[in-house]
Design a protein around this ligand. Structure first.
Ligand SMILES: [Zn+2]
Length: 278
């Protein structure tokens, strides 16, 4: 199905002065013990793309971004005095946590909603979206990590996300927090212990509600394991962080747990377990 006339293709020449930048950095000069990312921070769409042909209500649902994640990440960055990198556009424009080869890099369908502007996107347009909105974000992160490693630091790479309280079929997800990792489990048990000490009835999933599998994810495999850095993806249930108070509360808990783990698990080493060709 060709793109509908009310959802123009991406054209870098039509980016406007008031379109947001492809990424933003919070606390850039913070202490680099941690480097935080928020791939799904925004539901922005370049203005000339007319909302991808979707209603604003659809873009601001969970299909467009991770509800609460950006605000939570800002608080975690502030609590830890750590730099945090935020992708500037909706995952429906191009998903910054997918390899470009993934069929959901530019999703035609998301949780049952057809995305008009993403039907039959040409290779030329997909490459333009990647060059303008995906690579600038990832190059910044990669450059920062490589400089830190070269200077002798071993930062903990932390990717922050949120997940919906229910599956598409309505089944409730019981976890408050998911700890996601690939093969390197260094941070998993210490983080579980630290969070459980802070929140008595917390339900923590390991590789729930998703598992990180190299070909389907980008940020963790590329920036964490491929550099041998200690890393974790932390997913928080959206209904816990969809208010300013909730985002601040859970950010405080996550920051305190990360601080505890950083303190107790030193020294970290570069562990090259698996090299992915992402
Ligand atoms: Zn996410």
């Amino acid at each position: 199905m060709p793109a509908m006339p009310d959802s123009p293709p991406f054209d870098p020449a039509r980016m406007a002065a008031d379109d947001p930048p492809p990424f933003s950095i919070h606390n850039r000069e913070g202490r680099p013990r941690f480097l935080l990312t928020c791939d799904h921070a925004s539901h922005a769409v370049p203005r000339h793309m007319a909302g991808l042909g979707l209603a604003e209500d659809d873009l601001s649902r969970h299909i467009g971004w991770d509800i609460g994640a950006a605000e939570m990440t800002q608080h975690v960055a502030a609590e830890l005095d750590a730099p945090a990198y935020f992708a500037g556009y909706s995952r429906l424009v191009i998903d910054c946590n997918r390899p470009l080869s993934s069929p959901t890099s530019i999703p035609e369908l998301s949780d049952g909603t057809q995305i008009p502007a993403n039907q039959a996107v040409s290779a030329h347009e997909a490459a333009a979206r990647a060059e303008s909105l995906y690579w600038p974000y990832h190059r910044q992160i990669a450059g920062a990590l490589d400089r830190l490693i070269a200077s002798g630091e071993i930062p903990i790479f932390v990717a922050l996300h949120s997940f919906t309280p229910r599956m598409t079929d309505g089944e409730a997800r019981p976890w408050h927090v998911g700890l996601l990792f690939e093969h390197d489990r260094r941070l998993v048990a210490p983080l579980r212990a630290a969070l459980s000490a802070l929140v008595s009835d917390i339900c923590i999933g390991e590789n729930e509600p998703y598992a990180i599998i190299g070909p389907t994810d980008y940020s963790i495999p590329e920036h964490g394991p491929n550099r041998g850095l200690p890393h974790i993806e932390i997913e928080v249930r959206q209904d816990l962080i969809d208010t300013p108070d909730g985002a601040r509360l859970w950010a405080g808990r996550i920051a305190e747990a990360l601080e505890t783990v950083h303190h107790s698990e030193q020294p970290f080493e570069i562990l090259t377990l698996v090299k992915h060709d992402t």
